[in-house]
Design a protein around this ligand. Structure first.
Ligand SMILES: CC(C)(COP(=O)(O)OP(=O)(O)OC[C@H]1O[C@@H](n2cnc3c(N)ncnc32)[C@H](O)[C@@H]1OP(=O)(O)O)[C@@H](O)C(=O)NCCC(=O)NCCS
Length: 188
């Protein structure tokens, strides 16, 4: 069988009627062996949420939203290989940790590529779409937080063009560990 390359995927924003697949991808991500480093939510917590939560998420991060966009990559066989969500943060507001937001910026969260789709550049295709949406929203930069021990994700982010900003925050799931802020400035 010919290997699937990044060009074989269709990368697109989710639509409201995708909610069941949004839920399935998230639950699968939360069962990944590195989920404890990668995500702030547990599988049990996500699995207990009612369908209305996932319907709302598919609307709130879908094609009609101007505050968040979730991008997925659909393989030729219809599988969703991975996903990136970009949240738009506005100056004068506070971020999820309660810290003030000083710039109009994107915040990438929920970054996940299924294990059998890793290493083929799909993560770059997802970020190409996510970053383009952020720039369309006039974001000055896009940031994300990555666990200090998640070296695979850090390598992927550096390849895409992100760099550590120097901001280090304690990891919400384990105060003895840290997360690093990585930033990519809008190209001039
Ligand atoms: C993070 C993730 C999206 C990256 O996608 P990917 O397809 O695996 O990324 P790539 O393989 O293209 O790039 C990863 C880099 O790490 C390297 N790498 C591979 N395995 C590695 C490992 N076990 N440890 C460290 N680096 C590793 C790769 O060689 C590559 O480096 P390169 O760019 O110098 O060639 C994916 O691994 C994933 O979904 N991980 C689980 C969830 C997660 O960690 N999400 C991020 C939360 S912040």
């Amino acid at each position: 069988m010919t290997a699937v390359t990044r060009n074989d995927y269709v990368v697109r924003a989710i639509r409201p009627d995708d909610w069941e697949r949004v839920k399935q991808l998230r639950l699968d991500a939360l069962r990944d062996p590195v989920a404890h480093l990668a995500f702030l939510e547990t599988y049990e917590n996500a699995a207990s949420k009612p369908d209305s939560f996932w319907r709302d998420r598919a609307v709130g991060s879908g094609t009609g939203s101007d505050t968040a966009h979730q991008f997925i990559a659909e393989a030729p066989d219809g599988t969703w290989g991975g996903s990136v969500t970009v949240l738009l943060e506005e100056p004068g507001t506070r971020d999820w940790a309660g810290n003030p937001v000083e710039r109009r910026q994107g915040h990438a969260v929920g970054v996940f590529v299924r294990p059998e789709h890793r290493g083929n550049g799909l993560i770059e295709a997802l970020f190409t779409a996510g970053l383009a949406w952020a720039w369309q929203q006039d974001a000055e930069r896009v940031r994300l937080f990555v666990h200090e021990d998640n070296t695979r994700a850090q390598a992927a982010y550096r390849r895409i063009g992100f760099a550590p900003s120097g901001l280090i925050v304690s990891f919400a799931q384990d105060e003895t560990a840290n997360e690093l802020e990585f930033v990519l400035e809008r190209p001039s």
